[in-house]
Design a protein around this ligand. Structure first.
Ligand SMILES: Cc1ncc(COP(=O)(O)O)c(C=O)c1O
Length: 366
């Protein structure tokens, strides 16, 4: 049996209505900003429970523009997770700011108990990453943010509709940054991103920043970027957004199924699943003994398992100027050797999920 990783060929299969929406849209010529984008922003803000949503051209820019709007300048320090995807760090460094890493815990998110010791006079913001569809411990992080008066930009790129105590990812911080990249739970057909916030002044600033700083056709208020969410992608977004809840429900269902079977296998450890957290399983990751052998075995048996990620961000060549060395973030290091990602998306059937569990079981029993 084959259990493929990418479900993209299936995701837009039954989409005749989308094609007719696109056809009507093209005939309007409303290709820059415009009505479909307004609609998408309103619906996205409603989905998260935020007052405002601002479409931008990627999740990376959603982080970068948020930090820029908060006044981050070259040399400022931004506290973030040591084990994130490169984009978080790239967004910080693009502004000339310095990422200050915090190690993660077994939730794959930053260990919030380690944040305070990283705060210095140069700290300007905290960027927690809700990695894998997990949630950073936001109740505790927001206490630190209030104590030190530091804004929080949530990197919620992997965690749309994740929540703690029914408060959604993106709604805790000063802003929340989401990605609509094809590989994300809610995806469009190209790059795309969106920022949510409850602050009117930030909404105004972010709308300027994403559109060259233009107040109107003729007046440049500030220097900004060309970072609009493509209006065609907003049409696609309007088609997929009503499916957001059912997509995450199905992922949660699949993850619970995998948890229930894999937890019985000696050699596999399931990460913590706190009751008041809603995890949305952008990635379904467990800890495995003999991880590399298990990975090869699964691939041989037709299961496209993966590692997210084998080399931690803080040790990547591209950030060698930060002068970190192996061992600086021991939990992140340990994870790199133990984690394995299995397919868990909404298009898998029960047979495929059972096959994953059986294959893992066979590996440890053989
Ligand atoms: C944790 C994290 N942050 C930021 C991003 C950036 O998103 P995008 O690819 O839309 O720029 C991603 C996407 O891959 C991500 O996984």
């Amino acid at each position: 049996m084959k259990v493929r990783y990418s479900y993209l060929p299936q995701q837009f299969q039954d989409s005749d209505d989308l094609w007719s929406d696109l056809k009507s849209f093209v005939s309007t010529g409303d290709f820059t900003l415009g009505k479909p984008l307004d609609e998408f922003e309103k619906n996205f803000a409603n989905l998260i429970g935020a007052k405002f949503a601002i479409g931008v051209n990627s999740g990376t820019d959603a982080i970068k523009l948020s930090l820029k709007a908060l006044g981050v300048k070259p040399g400022d320090e931004i506290i973030t997770a040591a084990n994130t995807f490169v984009a978080t760090v790239g967004a910080i460094c693009e502004l000339g700011a310095i990422p200050i890493f915090v190690d993660c815990d077994d939730t794959f998110c930053m260990n919030v108990t380690l944040v305070e010791e990283k705060i210095s006079k140069k700290t300007k913001a905290i960027v927690p990453v809700h990695f894998t569809g997990y949630m950073t411990n936001m109740p505790d992080l927001m206490k630190i943010s209030e104590k030190y008066n530091l804004p929080v930009v949530e990197d919620a790129c992997q965690s749309i509709l994740g929540s703690i105590n029914n408060i959604n990812a993106g709604k805790w911080g000063t802003t929340g940054a989401f990605s609509l990249h094809p590989l994300k739970n809610i995806n469009v057909w190209s790059d795309g991103g969106i920022i949510v916030t409850d602050h009117k002044d930030l909404d105004t600033e972010l709308r300027l920043l994403r559109n060259h700083g233009l107040k109107n056709r003729d007046s440049v208020e500030i220097l900004g970027y060309n970072s609009r969410l493509d209006t065609i992608q907003a049409v696609v977004g309007n088609w997929i957004l009503p499916k957001a809840r059912s997509i995450s429900e199905q992922r949660i269902f699949n993850a619970n199924f995998l948890d229930s079977k894999l937890s019985k296998i000696q050699g596999i450890k399931i990460p913590p699943r706190p009751k008041n957290y809603r995890l949305v399983y952008h990635l379904y990751i467990v800890f495995a003994e003999q991880r590399d052998e298990l990975l090869n075995y699964c691939i041989e048996k037709g299961i496209e398992a993966k590692i997210h990620y084998p080399i931690p961000m803080y040790l990547q060549k591209g950030v060698s100027f930060l002068k970190h060395k192996k061992g600086d973030y021991p939990v992140t290091d340990e994870h790199c050797n133990k984690i394995i990602t299995f397919p868990c998306d909404q298009h898998l059937d029960k047979e495929q999920l059972e096959y994953i569990c059986k294959t893992v079981n066979d590996f440890y029993e053989s």
